[in-house]
Design a protein around this ligand. Structure first.
Ligand SMILES: [Zn+2]
Length: 257
């Protein structure tokens, strides 16, 4: 019965998000987000402690506000539970079509070509239900699948922040991201999960975003003037990262020298 409920929840999640992905940050036409209901309301602050068994695979990466970086292989491998050793298998598994291996991508940057700017996004998918490990993982998989259906090298963002404030590794940093049209060179992309046109980020997300910005600012010597919300790019016709996140993000940026 438990399994059946999980499957049903997952099916509903996928059905819900499939439609909303059309309003994802890269493709918003400027006509406004394609979301149901326009009333801003706070997220349900049901934040689960990191206790799921899957979370044991979180590696000892950089420390963020709520713990270590959740490494990419934690969530990109659909068959992790089956102890499949082929790390790249998920890349083909997810889209069902040929994808470019990130390791062979022509977009690989020289090691000395570090990020020199940061862009912040939301995914324009309203978060419903609990903020837990498995929901965040399913969301990232949905986004990755969507990006790969465009023949991109996997998910376009470099990092993502879930409702609990945990930071997830997405595309490895040595690869150019795909998150701001025409402006991806040396541009570190951070996704904050949710639709902040219609809901509010959690306090954990805000705290974690600020900490992450500080860490990247220090690590790559990126000044506040080079940290932007997606909609600040002249080429972007989007509301991303949403009216309920943007002013708070600007305040964070202003606190960075
Ligand atoms: Zn965006």
């Amino acid at each position: 019965m438990g399994n059946r409920t999980d499957q049903e929840n997952r099916r509903r999640f996928l059905l819900t998000t499939a439609g909303l992905l059309a309003a994802g940050c890269q493709y918003n036409s400027g006509k406004g987000p394609l979301v149901r209901g326009g009333v801003a309301r706070p997220l349900e602050n049901q934040i689960e402690p990191p206790a799921g068994p899957s979370e044991r695979v979180a590696a000892k990466g950089a420390m963020f506000a709520y713990g270590p970086l959740v490494m990419r292989e934690t969530w990109t491998r659909f068959d992790l539970e089956k102890n499949d050793k082929d790390k790249d298998k998920d890349l083909k598994y997810m889209s069902g079509q040929r994808v470019i291996d990130v390791k062979k991508s022509k977009k690989k940057l020289p090691l000395n070509n570090l990020p020199n700017r940061i862009s912040v996004h939301h995914d324009a998918m309203e978060w419903k239900g609990r903020h837990d490990f498995s929901s965040a993982r399913e969301r990232l998989r949905t986004i990755q699948r969507y990006h790969m259906q465009k023949n991109w090298d996997g998910i376009g963002y470099h990092f993502a922040i879930d409702g609990r404030g945990h930071v997830w590794q997405c595309r490895p940093l040595q690869y150019q991201g795909a998150h701001v049209g025409g402006e991806n060179t040396r541009n570190l992309g951070i996704l904050v999960m949710g639709n902040f046109e219609v809901q509010h980020p959690t306090q954990n997300q805000l705290k974690s975003l600020e900490k992450a910005l500080q860490i990247f600012h220090q690590a790559y010597k990126i000044p506040g003037s080079r940290i932007k919300g997606h909609k600040e790019y002249a080429s972007a016709a989007t509301l991303c990262p949403g009216k309920n996140l943007f002013p708070k993000f600007v305040a964070m940026r202003n606190r960075i020298a």
